[in-house]
Write a protein that binds this ligand. Structure first.
Ligand SMILES: *Cc1c(COP(=O)(O)O)cnc(C)c1O
Length: 388
């Protein structure tokens, strides 16, 4: 089989070899439970705290403010349900946006069934919320504002620091789902003014199934998972030591290599975007032109279906994502593109390219050659068979 050109780093990233190397001993000889009393358990215990330190350093937090989770999904659920349950005597209203990740939106839908109320603020055509809209949505019942940092479909970066100034002034907790941003761009919880922040290892060359929630000291939050006293009683269950060690190593590498990584992914992303937009007609860039994740190139392709395009590119050896989140079982038009006011027909032709540290210039050149004829072919078919 030919080597695939992988341009789907937004969905997941391969593990960095140093991450795997750091994890291996904890999948083997260092198997001990960090909660045990014998001498050996010091090893995983120290590794756990070293990883916590690395994750804290990456986002400008203190180690005690980091709780490890099973990933971004759990971190989002923990932040939202945990704050809701611990503060419901104070109020039952939450403010979010229309373009959040499913793990935020469905956690909130669940809370709505329990009697909480949620305001979903709109976004502009670039997928950006207006901080004034957030300020206007806050009532005396509001206990939490949750706005994502980088959108997972189009890459737009939200004005988190501005929103943070508003929530601080009003004394309301502020959570951000920074899963697409942490490990890619510099993140500092104090500059952003956030009280809770979600991150995930597999979006920045760490392992899958491990992430963290930053919880600012003093924030009232209930645990999501009850049981033992791991993570200071904030998340029960024997720790995923190898995963956590991998997350810590990924955080350390991201911090050290960040500038070079950004230069690389941005250069290749721009090279691809500039060439495709010049070569192919009826192609539109989604998301903010500048306030955008450096590896994101989300496009709408006129007269073409995004999933058909994805499958045809796959046959040509190129792995990308259809822009709208779609699985084999559920094909739903993207709520993000809809909120941005993109007509459904055009939104169905969305596609996401995302570059990464292992993307090479030659790969981009292959895509620049391959993409235009593939689009042309699909457009010919759709002209012959307009209902498909
Ligand atoms: C990937 C992602 C998540 C989910 O993270 P997992 O670790 O895969 O559960 C949540 N939010 C955003 C914005 C994401 O991109």
């Amino acid at each position: 089989m030919m080597k695939k050109i992988y341009l789907d780093y937004a969905t997941t990233t391969p593990m960095h070899p140093e991450v795997r190397g750091a994890m291996l001993p904890y999948l083997g000889e260092f198997f001990w439970n960090p909660g045990s009393l014998y001498e050996e358990s010091k090893k995983p215990r120290e590794a756990l705290e070293e990883a916590r330190h690395q994750v804290a350093l990456l986002i400008g937090a203190r180690s005690e403010e980091i709780v490890f989770t099973s990933g971004g999904t759990e971190a989002n659920n923990f932040a939202i349900k945990g704050v809701a349950f611990a503060n419901q005597k104070k109020g039952t209203h939450i403010v979010t946006s229309q373009i959040e990740h499913q793990s935020v939106l469905y956690a909130l839908k669940f809370l709505e069934k329990l009697g909480f109320t949620v305001t979903y603020v709109p976004v502009n055509k670039y997928g950006m919320v207006d901080p004034e809209e957030i300020a206007g949505a806050i009532t005396e019942k509001t206990i939490l504002v949750s706005i994502m940092y980088g959108n997972h479909e189009v890459g737009t970066l939200e004005p988190i620091a501005e929103i943070g100034r508003i929530t601080r002034e009003k004394g309301i907790y502020f959570h951000t789902d920074a899963t697409q941003v942490v490990g890619i761009l510099p993140v500092d919880v104090d500059t952003l003014g956030v009280d809770l922040l979600s991150l995930s290892g597999h979006k920045f060359y760490g392992p899958k199934g491990v992430g963290a929630l930053y919880i600012r000291e003093g924030v009232r939050i209930s645990p999501l998972i009850h049981g033992g006293m791991q993570e200071e009683g904030r998340r029960a269950g024997t720790e995923n030591i190898s995963g956590i060690v991998g997350l810590g190593k990924a955080a350390e590498l991201a911090r050290k290599e960040m500038t070079q990584r950004i230069d690389h992914i941005l250069f290749l992303r721009n090279r691809l975007g500039d060439a495709l937009l010049k070569k192919v007609s009826g192609l539109y860039l989604n998301g903010h032109p500048t306030q955008r994740l450096p590896h994101y190139l989300s496009l709408c392709v006129e007269c073409v279906k995004g999933d058909a395009l994805t499958l045809l590119l796959d046959r040509k050896g190129i792995a990308v994502s259809p822009g709208s989140t779609c699985t084999f079982t559920a094909r739903k038009p993207s709520h993000v593109l809809k909120a941005m006011g993109i007509p459904l027909e055009l939104a169905e032709g969305s596609l996401l390219f995302s570059t990464g540290i292992y993307t090479r210039e030659e790969d981009i050149d292959v895509v620049i050659e391959t993409f235009p004829p593939v689009v042309e072919k699909l457009r010919r078919i759709s002209v012959m068979n307009p209902s498909s």
